[in-house]
Design a protein around this ligand. Structure first.
Ligand SMILES: [Ca+2]
Length: 179
């Protein structure tokens, strides 16, 4: 199945695709795969690369509707430094929810240079739990960011270390069952 189909299957029949938080869980899954799918190559886990807004509190705009406003900062910074600046002096980099807001931002940008907004790519677990344990295989992940759907897999070899794959590829997968 593709990653998306695997996620639907797991959510329907179990809880979700598996989330792996530490070395022990990684070992358990590696043993499970060896027992059940000894011929399988790569096996989907619940990790996916996706676009997210740096301002993660979606209630923010609702609660502060009256004093919401975009601020254009005339300093050259990389994205991380820009985000740091915004959280220190304002709230965060701008989240852009619709065409009106996009237009408001266009109107306050005075230079012809591109300006950062709060959108970035990150690895997230299917169940939204924290992503801290990262046993990537060496030279992985290695799929360019221009691909819009990248998911993670484990396997039998190399202590189950992870690789990134295009989500549409067909692989076996591991569900998590919270029951
Ligand atoms: Ca890869």
């Amino acid at each position: 199945m593709s990653w998306t189909e695997a996620q639907s299957y797991c959510r329907d029949k179990h809880t979700d695709l598996v989330t792996i938080n530490d070395r022990n869980e990684q070992n358990d899954i590696n043993q499970l795969i060896q027992r059940e799918n000894s011929s399988a190559g790569r096996v989907w886990i619940g990790l996916k690369d996706t676009w997210i807004w740096s301002l993660s509190d979606s209630d923010f705009y609702r609660e502060n509707e009256s004093h919401k406003g975009f601020v254009s900062v005339q300093e050259q910074k990389d994205w991380t430094e820009a985000q740091k600046h915004c959280t220190q002096y304002h709230t965060d980099l701008a989240s852009v929810r619709n065409a009106t807001e996009n237009h408001q931002i266009q109107n306050i940008i005075t230079s012809p240079e591109q300006a950062w907004i709060g959108l970035y790519r990150s690895w997230v677990w299917s169940d939204n739990s924290n992503f801290t344990f990262k046993p990537w295989k060496s030279n992985e992940p290695n799929i360019g960011a221009k691909n819009d759907s990248i998911c993670a897999s484990t396997g039998i070899s190399d202590e189950g270390r992870w690789t990134d794959e295009l989500c549409r590829e067909l692989h076996h997968f591991v569900c998590y069952d919270g029951e």
